[in-house]
Design a protein around this ligand. Structure first.
Ligand code: SF4
Length: 81
């Protein structure tokens, strides 16, 4: 059984992740440009390191909150993994 989530690497596309595990918010560290929007939207789960890049402290983000962060990331660097 799987769950369909937006695929940040292909706008408009979706991909399947196993439904047996809670979706984990991930950061594509190559794509991330350190805008910090994710830390503003998810202050309990994401903090910024000393260079302004995100560290996901708790990847078990509520799906609706994670979807918003993925949507508003200007570099399209957030994804469900
Ligand atoms: S919002 Fe996107 S680009 Fe900005 S720090 Fe977070 S992951 Fe990186």
């Amino acid at each position: 059984m799987s769950r369909v989530v937006p695929d940040p690497r292909a706008p408009g596309a979706v991909r399947a992740v196993p439904a047996s595990r809670h979706p984990q918010l991930r950061v594509d560290r190559i794509a991330c440009t350190g805008h910090g929007m994710c830390a503003s939207l998810l202050p309990r789960q994401v903090r910024l390191d000393e260079w302004g890049y995100p560290v996901v402290a708790d990847a078990a983000v509520p799906v609706e909150d994670g979807e918003a962060a993925i949507k508003f990331c200007p570099a399209r660097a957030l994804y469900w993994g």
